[in-house]
Design a protein around this ligand. Structure first.
Ligand SMILES: Nc1ncnc2c1ncn2[C@@H]1O[C@H](COP(=O)(O)OP(=O)(O)OP(=O)(O)O)[C@@H](O)[C@H]1O
Ligand SMILES: [Mg+2]
Length: 462
């Protein structure tokens, strides 16, 4: 008797729909989400009790003489040691004579010393024209996972190591940047939300003064708006474990702003909703307190991203060298065009009629940048992408580096990682990837400042 050959079925074949239906459970209504959330909250507390939650306090590692003299202060190690010996009041570092380690604050003090006493031919401190406001850099792309937060965080840390004073604002309710910087954000009142509310409340107050003069009833200011009027940057800006990086963090509730902003705008059509963040940075003196403000944005062209883009002087658009990311970045530029052109058009018809100055969005510079680049696989594609973007793209490509993912829970990215934890070549290459990303950005930054200074001089002369 011949046996039928046995066919082994795959997991997805010959399934029984009746049994499958049994496993589904009853259909789901909205209250089930509340139940799931309540269970998660209990589980979260349970895990925290068992020690799984990060303690929330981040500490920055120290820097060795090797790292300081190789990357941070351009002097030879032997000279560095001589200067420390000759100046007892300078930080002397921790550890044995051969291997001394310094905190970031100590590195900054040492840099100040070299800048004051060292050779005038060397640049110990980065270019920063006096009297110019901080430059605002937004990192944005509609495409998720394109390297926005990684690029933004590494730029902020590289700039801080270079001696700039940095403010980072997290506009993404996923709050990845906030957790990288160890931020503590209880609710939306510790995010940019109240600043946007305040901008609207001020616009309502201005409108009501006009209404009062015309004997019209005032627009209402509800509790949220009244409270927002009392918010100042000091309520929001927090220190981080980087002494020269401050943060305005994000939290899940920040997403609410995406629903609230259009409602406010309907209540008062003359409110320039895209200007709220920029107004706050300019009018509350923030731009005088910092050198650079970095804005990390969500993967969407919502109102928070529009605010970030409108506030920015420098716009960086990270994308991977793949067909899909290229395609989606092209659409992102198309959306930027239609969004900002329609704001200009919508506003200016009325403004022209009233003889007011017209709205015109302008950026110092915009650059797409390839991230997570794998030269062995992606060079051809990247060359084509580069050719189409032309000078809208930096020729430098940020390489893929395993170090970004490997750094761990408490440590984020290459600047926080201790080089002794890695193979030396891996470290050097990973660091080079982000040092060069920073170098590209710094060119844009100092070029933009320099151009502003020249323009001011020309205005003064002419
Ligand atoms: N140069 C790099 N080398 C290796 N991995 C990288 C690099 N840049 C980013 N990544 C990784 O790619 C993933 C996405 O990066 P990231 O979170 O920065 O993207 P994003 O654009 O901010 O995402 P989202 O749109 O969700 O905000 C992360 O896992 C990150 O660690
Ligand atoms: Mg992100």
């Amino acid at each position: 008797m011949s046996k039928k050959p046995e066919i082994s079925l795959n997991a997805y074949q010959n399934l029984d729909p009746a049994k499958a239906a049994e496993k589904l459970g009853p259909s789901v209504d909205t209250t089930r989400f509340a139940k799931a959330a309540a269970f998660c909250a209990r589980g979260r507390d349970d895990l925290a009790k068992r020690g799984y939650a990060p303690d929330g306090k981040k500490r920055l590692r120290q820097f060795s003489i090797w790292e300081i003299t190789k990357y941070l202060i351009p002097v030879a190690p032997a000279h560095f040691r001589r200067v420390l010996k000759a100046n007892e009041n300078l930080p002397q570092g921790e550890g044995t004579a051969g291997a001394k380690w310094f905190t970031l604050d100590e590195v900054l003090t040492l840099r100040d010393h070299f800048a004051a006493e060292g050779s005038a031919a060397k640049e110990y401190k980065p270019y920063r024209p006096k009297g110019q406001p901080a430059k605002i850099c937004a990192v944005a792309n509609f495409k998720g996972g394109s390297g926005k937060t990684t690029t933004c965080a590494h730029l902020a840390m590289a700039a801080a190591l270079d001696g700039y004073k940095v403010l980072v604002i997290d506009l993404d309710s996923q709050a990845s940047m906030t957790s990288i910087l160890g931020g503590q954000v209880e609710d939306e009142w510790k995010t940019v939300f109240p600043l946007i509310a305040k901008d609207y409340a001020l616009a309502v107050q201005a409108e009501n003064r006009i209404r009062e003069a015309g004997d019209l009833p005032p627009l209402p200011l509800d509790e949220t708006l009244t409270e927002a009027l009392t918010v100042s940057p000091r309520n929001l800006i927090q220190k981080t474990h980087w002494s020269n990086i401050d943060l305005i963090g994000a939290q899940l509730n920040l997403y609410w702003a995406e629903f609230q902003i259009p409602v406010w705008r309907m209540g008062l059509r003359s409110w320039s909703l895209w200007d709220a963040l920029g107004n706050f940075l300019t009018n509350e003196g923030i731009l005088d307190d910092y050198d650079i403000v970095f804005l990390d944005t969500p993967p969407a062209l919502g109102y928070l991203t529009i605010n970030s883009l409108a506030a920015a002087d420098i716009l960086l658009v990270p994308l991977g060298a793949s067909f899909l990311e290229f395609d989606s970045t092209g659409r992102f530029f198309d959306m930027l065009y239609s969004t900002f052109a329609s704001i200009e058009e919508g506003e200016n018809a009325q403004r022209r009629a009233l003889g007011l100055t017209e709205v015109k969005f302008e950026w110092d510079v915009v650059r797409a940048i390839i991230t997570r680049f794998d030269a062995a696989q992606q060079t051809d594609l990247a060359n084509v992408i580069q050719a189409y973007f032309g000078d809208f793209m930096t020729p430098y490509r940020q390489e893929f580096t395993a170090l970004v993912g490997q750094a761990g829970e408490q440590v984020n990215g290459i600047y926080e990682a201790d080089y002794r934890d890695f193979n030396r070549d891996t470290y050097l290459r990973g660091r080079e990837a982000f040092d060069r990303t920073y170098a590209e950005f710094k060119q844009l930054l100092i070029g933009a400042w320099w151009r502003d200074v020249q323009a001011e001089k020309e205005n003064a002369d002419g």
